[in-house]
Ligand binder design. Structure first.
Ligand code: DGL
Length: 270
């Protein structure tokens, strides 16, 4: 292996999201790939992306990617269903770096459901995307699928209000109608929603199975690192660095609930 390749293998994985949601994905990646350094970028000042136009999502995400590329990230995980739905195809042809994106976890939900009725909570942009429609066609034949945009949920998470009365009443409003139809499995189609898991369990009285794709995305990241010969072979302690365009304090709380290793966090404008 030449010097260049050895250095690239030591470079960090880049992960970004419109905010703190992607930390759920980071947690799984860190578990599965304990020798990888990570740079996580949260664009909280511009969050939510879920109802923005395609052009806005493309241009904000491009900035996030350029930022991570300046830090020499060797692979980028788009830990945001919305950006994946709107823009991953464009980015794959635009940049010379591997990307891993989020996929709606319909396949595991189809395997799991007994009632053959599943519910999906996601942002508007994710629901309207081609990827979502393709995944539905591929994995949801023979199932009744209830699709619900999670208006307002991302904002609640970004404001650390995931255990608030407001979160409870929004979740009741979104989940009760599908449960009345017999849904027994709910797919979390937005990386912010796993932070609402406890509230979802409470509201549904533990009567539904919650499907979160984060572990599958970590597996896909590992496969891509192997495929492109990019996996770190260092036994040194990996580095964890975070940047946010929003308030440091908020991100800090989420990081500390996600991992207990040393890290740096900076507030930036890009
Ligand atoms: N975490 C993003 C996602 O998975 C949230 C989208 C938003 O910012 O609205 O879609």
């Amino acid at each position: 292996m030449n010097q260049g390749k050895a250095a690239i293998k030591m470079s960090p994985l880049g992960i970004f999201d419109s905010g703190v949601g992607g930390l759920c994905v980071l947690r799984e990646i860190k578990k599965l790939l304990p020798h990888e350094s990570i740079h996580y970028f949260a664009d909280s000042i511009n969050c939510p992306y879920g109802s923005k136009t395609r052009q806005e999502v493309l241009s904000l995400s491009r900035k996030n990617i350029e930022f991570l590329l300046k830090l020499d990230c060797k692979l980028i995980v788009i830990a945001c269903n919305t950006v994946t739905a709107v823009a991953i195809d464009s980015f794959r042809s635009e940049y010379n770096i591997p990307f891993v994106g989020m996929e709606p976890a319909l396949k595991p939900a189809a395997l799991q459901t007994k009632s053959k009725k599943i519910g999906i909570l996601a942002t508007e942009n994710t629901i309207n995307g081609r990827l979502f429609k393709q995944t539905l066609e591929k994995h949801a034949t023979g199932l009744d699928v209830y699709i619900q945009p999670g208006y307002g949920l991302v904002e609640l998470v970004e404001n650390k209000a995931q255990n608030s009365d407001q979160a409870q009443s929004l979740l009741k409003k979104y989940l009760f109608p599908m449960m009345d139809k017999g849904v027994d499995t709910i797919v979390l189609g937005c990386t912010h929603y796993p932070f609402l898991t406890e509230m979802i369990k409470k509201v549904t009285k533990n009567r539904v199975t919650i499907i979160d794709p984060a572990a599958a995305v970590a597996n896909q990241t590992k496969k891509m690192l192997i495929k492109f010969d990019l996996a770190s072979n260092s036994q040194n302690h990996p580095l964890f660095n975070f940047s946010t365009t929003g308030e440091k304090k908020i991100v800090e709380t989420f990081i500390e609930n996600t991992m207990n290793t040393p890290y740096t966090l900076e507030q930036i404008n890009i």
